[in-house]
Design a protein around this ligand. Sequence first.
Ligand code: 13P
Ligand code: SF4
Length: 301
Amino acid sequence: MDEKLLRIQELKKEKNAVILAHYYTPDEVQAVSDFVGDSFYLSQIAEQVQEQTIVMCGVRFMGESAKILNPDKTVLLPAANADCPMAHMATVERIAEMQAQYDDLAVVCYVNSTAELKMHADVCVTSANALKIVKALPNHNIFFIPDENLGRFVAAQIPEKHFIFNDGCCPVHAFLSAADVRAAKAAHPGAPVLVHPECRPEVSALADYAGSTAGIIRYAGENSAGEFIIGTEHGVLYELKKQNPGKKFYPLHEEQICPNMKRVTLDKVIAALENGTPAVHMDADSIRRAHAPLQRMLDLS
Ligand code: 13P
Ligand code: SF4
């Protein structure tokens, strides 16, 4: 057995630890993890696991969510500097401004956000459950933070509600253009285009399916086509190929890679388990305040 895998297995037993990884992390990290999934699945699993230590292979907001849901556990974030730029693209001041303007406002916060933003939100969502949750809210006015593209994707399907958007986006998805989709379709005629709703509306509009990373993987497995164009971070190709050895997958764009997710390495996972650091630390009040919208998301899903 591979030396690093063996070491990780020893350490997991010794430290009573479980490893969770996002689909965007490097292939070898996904391969050694106990649970691999999208942001929604990872938050659900983080709440259910029994081990005392959770190793979160992903970016900071994922580690923070695991800590908020498990304040008494140790949450290790192997790549301490893996941070999602979009998580910082909204402000508490703008939230307060919107709350002052609308009586029945719901602040809907994508989990790809800092703990501080979550503390000021009414409910969290992920790309997998945003539509269902916003539909279920009694509020007419929705302030959707921080991702404008996901906000617009949801709003287009709930025309009866009034949405206020925030100027934030995922750089890894928002750089894709409609011209990129047309070029990929021309190169692979007949292959369905599957994209993440963090893409711009004109990109999602040209796709055959837009959904979370887990949704994309499910769609490709259930659809009878033999080849697909994938408009999300390249990491999902590992699971797509594993589950569908007979099918072909073409990235919509060669450069659709999240540099922060790629900061997680096996050496960093080993070091985190050996040293018990870097760990996520949050004060009790922040955990309590950020827990409410996150728990509401899990309850409404
Ligand atoms: P999902 O995990 O919700 O598919 O989101 C993708 C993403 O950008 C995570 O950082
Ligand atoms: Fe953030 Fe985008 Fe990277 Fe996800 S893919 S962590 S949203 S920058």
